[in-house]
Ligand binder design. Sequence first.
Ligand code: GAL
Length: 443
Amino acid sequence: MSRTLKLLPAVLAITVLAALATSCGGGGGEKTATPARTVTAAAGVTPTPAALSGKLEIFSWWTTGGEAAGLKALYDLYPTTCPGTVEIVNATVAGGGGANARQVLTTRMLGNDPPGSFQVHMGHELTDTWVTANYMEPLDTLFTEQGWSSVFPKGVLDIVSYQGKPYSVPVNIHRANVLWYNKAVFTANGLQPPKTFDDFFAAADTLKAKGITPLALGDVDAFASVQLMETVLLGSLGADGYNGLWTGATDWNSAKVTDALNTFKKMLGYVNSDHSSLSWDQANDLVISGKAGMTIMGDWLHADNTAKKFADSGWVPSPGTSGMYDALSDTFGLPKSAPNRDAVVCWLKLVGSKKGQEAFNPLKGSICARIDCDASLFDDYLQSAMTDWKKDAIVPSLAHGAAVKQGWLTNVSDAVTAFVADKNAATLQSRLADACKSATVCK
Ligand code: GAL
């Protein structure tokens, strides 16, 4: 497989990951957690005592149906891996994409009040925000003890590592570039799922003429419009062009970017008028009810459909992105001075385990970060995602902490939020170009 892209290290690593996911046939030698094991705590991870107790606070933004269901499956499994009487405290801050949660987390971390463990995206969000600033414990002993170097693809290990040591445990891989549609609405209107932007706008016009909202959007949390833009950039520029946006190889001031932003603007002409007051899952409700025909969202939406028992959903890669996998991963780490550290370390063992990932991911709408999960436990959408993950060009998500560091993303997010209101594509383009300069990636 040849995917020689000029990429950020993280992007390169995630690309390598795809190659490795293809070449490794699975079958990692996972060791099950063994309480009271004696290990040398060379890298700061201690053995799990025979019986754990006290409270274990897990911090995340997983509050919607499929998100909460996946998290609960892990909580339910905790006592089977971690014997004792630990009481899990489910500390959630609602808000898709996690911006609200990250604000609360930052206050707590800076105030030396960390939760036991917290959800954090693999890549820049983890490394640039917390690892380089020395807030996290390295997990090399745990990874060695659990045999994880042979069950996570090398690319994943590289991305969660800093200076050769892993700092968080990846629980999943999500795909951001999926167009979901209501099959009954499409059939009733003689529509085929759109592959190109031209297909998309033709279908959108048909739906609009029937009084159906073509594209449901819920961007009360800004990530939804940022993510919509990232899928349009990917569909317009292709994988290499998109990746170049994060390395300086693609010029933000180029005509191709202008075209992409005009396509994004045109798309916004087909969304529901109340988008800025809806969450991503409330936007999905419009598709489920047939008031809207399509939405473009990450595959956590598949979990939302499952939780809401909506089975009449179809999916295709978002326009222009066939053969491309816009990826992100949720991970958990060990903050320095985490309360009830032994219980946290055991949580991390569960998060990285085969049984943990096989319980969590079918409910969460994601595929395992591990390579050895049993595919038969996953439904048709997730099996198709597994297939695509092995063969597609993997690119890092902008909106979900993989492509750029937090400061850059904040500047992008502010520019997109302003654009969604004023629709001034020239201003958006110049603000995006400035954001790349401020991040010292572009000149
Ligand atoms: C992403 C996260 C997903 C999902 C989504 C919507 O950032 O990685 O797991 O929760 O936000 O909230």
